[in-house]
Design a binder for this molecule. Structure first.
Ligand SMILES: *Cc1c(COP(=O)(O)O)cnc(C)c1O
Length: 463
């Protein structure tokens, strides 16, 4: 980490304000491959290209703001996860990061499974032809209607999140004459975020059934007695944007402890453990995520070691990456509308989107980087804050970054690593129309989710 409140190099103000930013890169025109999708580069004119298409052309055809998704990169990353975990483990893409029918088809073709957490996500998955047995259904308060639809469709697993749900799913399965495969989601008292994890975190959260006070063991006890349920394993998800594997180590230790207790009490060795998702990506050049094959190796070693210690057969592992697959594959393309220098502070750059297409900065204080995309520039770096056009002062897209000092209205700028939790969390605040997702591959672009229109907004308003 090379954060500094006094970045070296040229700057546009004598005194830099307090902030959490890195020194400007030596070359502001360079595109760090860590944060940009695989096929992103610049053409001979200095324009950013993706999949062989210039962003100026994309802006002209599809307008701004727009999410531009590198399909080849998405497939590469999905395949890398699939290959890393091999045939002895399952990879479930977490649909909540970003889901569309095109994405479902890519996942299907690349051999991944899919997590959904609502009736809407389930409907999208099924309508795109994802085989139901490769779908896992999550959520802490699935409605009876959602449960029935999932059981009827034949989803591969439902992840049970409460005592009430154990009964509800069993009841739904029995009344349909089925036996539903289920996992029980436990909270292991580990909380992991980015570079730190807390092994003694309180189980003070809405997800899962606490392990520490014996509730998880009781949940297994009850579920095993119900004819409608086929208890296949235990599920644990410990956090998000995780780089440090030690949180998984503690989680696996505790989950395997439960498997051992279940074996001792019921004579049943549960066949699967799901370690959830949460693997981190590079939002800025300071982040160093691990490769899927390193993660697969680490998780497999951890689980094998724990099971040997407990004299258990090693269960089948599953993982649920969302962000790590789709996050780096897309960037948001904006047009600069106004440039407002505040002497001694920073320059506010307003774009034609904002918190309606990326709520993560306002919600989580997330960090992003940004680049001038429609041209290169040799102008001195200036400290900027990229803000949206919404009526809210917290409407910030990129809190602190450097852009060339000659940035002007009409320039296109691009914010990388917006593939996850941006379109899926987008809103209509200020009656903004949610941007399209444009997939680019081998010199061809196509809209996979179209831009909302005023007619879309007015259609819901039945007045
Ligand atoms: C959100 C979530 C994931 C995916 O998290 P990422 O950070 O996108 O990898 C996986 N599993 C569960 C249960 C989740 O809630």
């Amino acid at each position: 980490m090379s954060r500094s409140a006094h970045p070296a190099g040229p700057r546009h103000a004598d005194v830099l304000p307090e902030g959490h930013y890195t020194a400007p890169a030596d070359d502001l025109n360079a595109l760090d491959p860590k944060v940009w999708a695989h096929t992103v580069g610049r053409d001979a004119d200095g324009v950013v290209t993706v999949g062989g298409i210039a962003v100026t052309q994309l802006a002209e055809e599809y307008g701004t703001p727009a999410y531009i998704l590198d399909e080849a990169d998405f497939r590469d990353r999905a395949r890398a996860w699939r290959t890393a975990f091999g045939t002895d483990a399952d990879v479930f893409y977490a649909g909540k990061a970003f889901l569309s029918r095109a994405v479902v088809r890519w996942l299907d073709e690349e051999g991944l499974n899919l997590d959904v957490c609502s009736g809407g996500e389930l409907a999208t998955a099924l309508s795109a032809g994802m085989p139901a047995e490769r779908i896992a259904f999550h959520g802490n308060n699935k409605s009876p209607g959602e449960i029935e639809r999932a059981v009827r469709a034949g989803v591969g697993r439902i992840v049970l999140d409460s005592f009430q749900e154990i009964v509800r799913v069993a009841h739904a399965a029995e009344s349909l004459g089925k036996r539903q495969r289920v996992q029980i989601r436990v909270t292991v008292g580990v909380e992991a975020h980015t570079h730190e994890f807390i092994a003694t975190a309180h189980e003070d959260q809405k997800f899962g059934i606490p392990l520490a006070d014996g509730q998880a063991a009781e949940a297994v006890r009850r579920a095993l007695q119900l004819d409608g349920l086929d208890v296949i394993g235990i599920h644990s998800h410990i956090g998000s944007q995780i780089f440090d594997m030690s949180g998984f180590e503690v989680a696996a230790h505790r989950v395997v402890g439960l498997l051992k207790d279940v074996r001792d009490e019921h004579g049943v060795e549960l066949a699967e453990i799901d370690l959830g998702g949460g693997l981190g990506i590079a939002y800025t050049s300071d982040d160093d995520p691990r490769e899927p094959h390193e993660i697969a190796k680490a998780l497999s070693e951890i689980v094998t070691r724990e099971c040997e210690g407990a004299r258990l057969r090693t269960p089948r592992i599953s993982v649920e990456p969302g962000r790590a697959i789709v996050g780096p594959t897309a960037f948001t393309l904006y047009e600069v509308g106004t440039v407002k220098p505040l002497e001694g502070l920073r320059t506010y750059v307003s774009v034609d989107g904002g918190m309606s297409d990326n709520i993560r900065t306002a919600l989580y204080d997330a960090e992003y980087s940004v680049a001038l995309a429609s041209r290169t520039s040799d102008a001195e770096p200036m400290l900027v804050r990229v803000v949206g056009k919404h009526c809210e002062s917290g409407d910030i897209v990129v809190k602190d970054a450097f852009l060339p000092g000659d940035l002007a209205p009409g320039d296109l700028i691009a914010v990388p690593a917006t593939g996850a939790y941006c379109r899926s969390m987008a809103s209509n605040y200020n009656h903004a129309m949610r941007p399209p997702v444009v997939a680019v591959r081998d010199g061809a672009a196509r809209v996979i989710v179209r831009r909302e229109t005023e007619e879309d907004l007015l259609r819901l308003d039945v007045g």
